[in-house]
Write a protein that binds this ligand. Structure first.
Ligand SMILES: *Cc1c(COP(=O)(O)O)cnc(C)c1O
Length: 432
């Protein structure tokens, strides 16, 4: 086995890390194991994973139920092309998934990442409109402040301000309405939806679909908005014959306290993207779901085929892991856990609002966000991570946690303590 020094040296030489510069790379931690809420490092340190490893390890790391399913399927076969073949893990997972998804969604297209599920969703919307006799409806509408992944197509739907200048002409151009501004638990302000209504009205003949992250704008905003926005959007889309696409890659699988965020508004989208928590964060899988009407309309069009086919589509090992992860949602009261985490984060983060550099504190489900100005430097955060053993990684103006649903009250308290340390810049006592 490589020792840590060699590992880190070679890592630095060969490997790019997410959103990183190869020259001014931040330090990385060599991992040798992960179990439950903990990530174990080569030097024996254990870090409490307050981020569910980018929001996906919802049941905790290395759940035996999931790893066992992976092992059993690995012993049978690990990959087969999904063109011309099918297998039980793919079919069983679809069945389990459709039992949970909002009403009306009954067809599944598997892919390997959330970004690709968004690419597929956009292609479905455009192909549906062409097949339905609206060939000019080729563009998408969305809201500012969104995040839909990093592939060029998905990126072009994220907040335009988040795209570096060099890419401005590479990303496709869509229609952007302002960000939804009414907070989740505030009184609904009807003016919030008006610009989107105007946009759809003015461009209805060019727009194939509206895509957004329901309730929670995550990757580019960390903001919870009002469910009424989604109800109004559903009504408007129906009025104009525009498809409604929900990207629930981050919000799906219980993160906000409902299985899907669409449930807060009591509506169903025409197309749904899922990823991250779909396999409990054990291995990569995503899917794009749609209604029989959309699927059948595409099938009646020219060409009748949907033009997409990832090499590892419906990988059997990954699908088997997905089945085990979905079964886990029945094996413990995840919703009770998420509500308990929500209550504790709400109570314990409340007084941080009074700290001078804190602009807002927001909690919904198992998501806790502190919006700050200024944000601490990566060096300051790393020091707190080392001292508290809590793995945090603020970005933008947001210090946040999205812990696994199995995180204990003591551990949540530890996370809040680490928040306090970061906010007070490493000082021992926080005056608020
Ligand atoms: C993370 C995320 C994606 C992208 O998923 P990847 O698996 O990283 O490609 C897309 N949409 C939303 C809302 C996300 O949070």
């Amino acid at each position: 086995m490589m020792d840590s020094a060699e590992l880190l040296e070679k890592d630095r030489k060969y490997l790019w890390h997410p959103y990183a510069s190869m020259k001014a790379a931040l330090p990385v931690n060599p991992v040798v194991g992960a179990c439950g809420t903990r990530i174990r490092l080569a030097d024996g340190t254990e870090l409490l994973d307050a981020l569910s490893s980018w929001w996906c390890v919802c049941h905790g790391h290395n759940r035996s139920e999931i790893t066992q399913a992976i092992q059993e399927q690995t012993a049978r076969f690990t990959q087969v092309m999904f063109a011309g073949f099918t297998h039980e893990p793919a079919v069983r997972l679809a069945e389990k998934l459709l039992r949970r998804t909002p009403a009306g969604l009954e067809r599944v297209f598997y892919s390997d990442s959330g970004s690709v599920s968004v690419e597929c969703a956009v292609k479905m919307a455009v192909q549906y409109q062409a097949a339905a006799g609206h060939p000019h409806r080729t563009r998408m509408a969305t809201v500012r402040g969104g995040y839909h992944g990093d592939t060029a197509g998905a990126w072009s739907l994220g907040d335009p301000d988040a795209v570096p200048h060099a890419f401005r002409d590479v990303t496709l151009r869509h229609f952007f309405a302002p960000r939804p501004e009414t907070p989740f638990d505030a009184d609904w302000n009807p003016a919030d939806f008006a610009p989107m209504e105007t946009l759809l009205e003015q461009h209805e003949h060019e727009i194939a679909g509206v895509i957004l992250e329901p309730i929670f704008q995550g990757g580019n905003r960390m903001f919870f908005y009002h469910p009424e926005y989604l109800k109004k959007l559903r009504e408007a889309c129906d009025r104009y014959g525009i498809l409604l696409l929900f990207d629930e890659v981050a919000t799906g699988f219980g993160r906000l306290g409902k299985f899907f965020a669409a449930e807060f508004a009591g509506i169903s989208p025409d197309i749904l993207c899922v990823g991250k928590g779909l396999v409990g964060g054990s291995v990569g899988l995503a899917a794009t779901l749609t209604t029989p009407i959309v699927a059948d309309t595409i099938a009646d069009g020219t060409p009748p085929q949907f033009p997409h086919g990832p090499t590892f589509m419906a990988n059997p090992v990954v699908c088997a892991a997905g089945c085990a992860s979905l079964d886990l949602f029945d094996a413990y009261d995840w919703q009770k856990n998420v509500h308990a985490i929500e209550k504790q984060l709400t109570e314990e983060l409340a007084d941080l609002r009074n700290a001078p550099q804190v602009r807002d504190v927001r909690v919904l489900g198992a998501v806790g966000v502190v919006e700050m100005e200024p944000i601490p430097t990566p060096g300051e955060v790393q020091q707190v991570v080392r001292e508290t053993g809590v793995w945090l990684r603020p970005f933008g103006n947001w210090l946040y946690t999205m812990p696994p649903f199995v995180t204990t009250p003591d551990e949540i308290h530890q996370i809040v303590r680490a928040f306090r340390r970061i906010i007070m810049n490493g000082k021992k006592t926080l005056r608020v």
